[in-house]
Write a protein that binds this ligand. Structure first.
Ligand code: 5GP
Length: 127
């Protein structure tokens, strides 16, 4: 743990490798602040991930340490991607997992965009 209580950023995580071009992705959008790409294991007809370009572990890290421009740029991309994918009329879900209880698997901050059908229960029963 760092002094902030958050784990240090791991440059070997899979999204860092995607950002470096070491692993391919099905890219939806990219700009100075964010990259959006299709999830490798989609849980809905549309399942896209949006990640900041910066080295942030989680929403907690991003919120505490990203610049105003990074935060604004990132969230604008989330809504733009959903709109560009045709999800705005029918609606969609934006979700981020944080830490162990949140079920976060990849330690680079990301949000999931789910759409293309009724997404269902907001919080499923625990495993
Ligand atoms: P988390 O549980 O951390 O919120 O979600 C991580 C997501 O990353 C999962 O939905 C998983 O399917 C996705 N994922 C893991 N590895 C890869 C990969 O190499 N490529 C892509 N496109 N998605 C990945």
């Amino acid at each position: 743990m760092s002094v902030t209580g958050l784990p240090p950023y791991d440059d070997a995580n899979v999204f860092a490798r995607i950002l470096r071009g070491e692993i391919p992705c099905k890219r939806v959008h990219e700009d100075a602040h964010a990259l959006a790409f299709h999830d490798i294991n989609p849980q809905a007809p549309v399942h896209v991930l949006v990640i900041p370009k910066g080295r942030y572990v989680s929403v907690a890290d991003f919120s505490a340490h990203a610049s105003e421009a990074e935060v604004a740029g990132f969230w604008r991309v989330v809504a733009k991607v959903a709109k560009d994918l045709g999800l705005e009329a029918g609606g969609y879900r934006v979700l981020t997992n944080m830490g162990a209880d949140g079920g976060q698997e990849v330690p680079h901050f990301h949000v999931h965009i789910f759409g293309g059908r009724r997404i269902g229960r907001m919080v499923p029963k625990a495993d």
